[in-house]
Design a protein around this ligand. Structure first.
Ligand code: AMP
Length: 425
């Protein structure tokens, strides 16, 4: 075993797998651009208070999952970002102080850090892609964000995903519901597990999404949050559902869906994959109009967004066989040299081909021609170009197609054109 291993809960990603990431990232970039979203990048760390205020101190993330440190003995506490929404809103408020905010459509693909117990689909460093629509959170805006997320899944070919939606109402609705839920759960208090009993005090709504079957049985009979929200809130939620039906997006209203972060209100949603086992959520989001004020803005900035876990997306795609057609790209050509005396000539040729825009490999290790050919095949090179004494003397080089074994004799000037032509789809 190597002396050093990656830190528990963090993973290395090698080129074979990076191909998959690039493919998914390409789909994300093209679908988000169809909806007019542009990429935002924010720092990997933020002041700890941002997350305490933004996500809420009673949440699991802030309570026990943050990687927090002091940059210097007298410095302000800093935390590696456990999610993106608070940081994006912070960046937005910093850049646009004051009111009069136009609509902003932002997306990201970003590394995040949470001190969770690592298991399949749960890491301590992981990646999310997500989007934040700032400045509007009307039912049409909520539906647009959900549509965009579902279009990414559709474009990737995913099937069997379930979209669960619920309305969390406004702050007063939730306060009313909290008390109803506490009264309902009171007689069962001793039957709740430890985590739920802790939540009973701090954040009873989170008991609804417990994974413990015994707790699930208890909450099955609980009053419904949706029955506690105002007529206006209910009408808005119905409009969101109407837009989704209109676009042919299947959904289930799930009364137990609450989401783990404090800043959500009104519509919340989650997408689950049957392929994922215990950690079945692939992504989720909702409206978070309250966040901007929580972070000190004078005016409320309506907002809606979502985040999808890239690793869980990849696990699901793998189980559904969606990477089967994704071939790794080899170099277009491998320059094979007859012997070491031709190294300078071979490097000049490789340089010329690369400048002409052709992906080119050559031998840097003084290997035999046979070993070079093995390497060309291992790398899945499209062609081999032979550089020998005769070729250099005559100016005519052999170019072999490694798929068909067809060979051509060509002058060095003609080679780039032939290679470029052959790589056209
Ligand atoms: P959340 O912000 O907690 O709702 O997470 C949104 C999505 O990010 C989840 O549905 C997962 O797909 C992914 N995710 C969250 N936490 C982790 C983690 N520790 N490891 C891998 N993926 C995660």
């Amino acid at each position: 075993m190597a002396q050093f291993q990656a830190v528990k809960g963090a993973k290395d990603i090698f080129p074979e797998e990076v191909v998959r990431w690039h493919y998914i990232e390409g789909v994300i970039r093209s679908v988000t651009s169809l909806y007019g979203f542009s990429e935002v990048r924010t720092p990997v760390f933020e002041y700890t208070e941002l997350f305490q205020r933004g996500i809420g101190s009673s949440t699991d993330i802030v309570g026990k999952e943050m990687f927090t440190f002091l940059p210097d003995p007298n410095g302000r506490s800093i935390t590696l970002r456990p999610e993106m929404t608070a940081g994006v809103m912070r960046a937005f408020l910093q850049k646009n102080p004051g009111a009069g905010v136009p609509v902003h459509k932002l997306y990201y693909i970003a590394d995040l850090f949470r001190k969770e117990r690592p298991q399949a689909g749960r890491q301590r460093q992981f990646t999310q892609f997500g989007a934040e629509l700032l400045g509007v959170s009307s039912p049409a805006a909520v539906a647009e964000v959900i549509s965009m997320m579902m279009q990414v899944f559709d474009t990737l070919g995913l099937h069997g995903l379930r979209l669960r939606v619920n309305s969390l109402g406004d702050h007063e609705d939730r306060m009313r519901y909290r008390e109803q839920l506490r009264s309902y759960l009171e007689p069962y208090h001793d039957l709740l597990d430890e985590a739920s009993r802790e939540r009973f005090e701090k954040n009873p709504l989170r008991i609804l999404d417990s994974k413990n079957p015994a707790v699930q049985e208890i909450v099955a009979g609980a009053p419904k949050l949706l029955d506690c929200i105002t007529i206006e809130g209910r009408a808005e939620f119905d409009r969101v559902l109407g837009y989704l039906s209109d676009r042919g997006i299947a959904y289930e209203v799930d009364h137990l869906l609450v989401r783990g972060l404090d800043y959500y209100g009104h519509t919340a949603f989650e997408v689950v994959s049957a392929e994922l086992g215990a950690q079945d959520a692939i992504g989720g989001g909702g409206r978070y109009d309250a966040l901007s004020k929580e972070l000190g803005s004078n005016s409320e900035i309506p907002a809606v967004g979502f985040a999808v876990g890239m690793e869980r997306l990849i696990i699901t795609m793998e189980k559904q066989g969606l990477f089967a057609t994704l071939c790794p790209h080899g170099p277009q050509v491998f320059v094979v040299l007859q012997d070491a005396s031709l190294e300078d000539e071979a490097l000049r040729i490789a340089d010329r081909l690369r400048r002409a825009g052709i992906t080119t490999e050559t031998d840097l290790a003084g290997r035999s021609m046979k070993a070079q050919m093995r390497e060309a095949n291992r790398l899945l090179a499209g062609f081999a170009l032979f550089v020998g004494q005769d070729e250099v003397a005559s100016g005519s080089y052999t170019l072999r197609n490694l798929r068909t074994s067809e060979q051509l004799s060509l002058s060095i000037d003609a080679i780039p054109g032939v290679l470029l032509e052959s790589s056209k789809p």
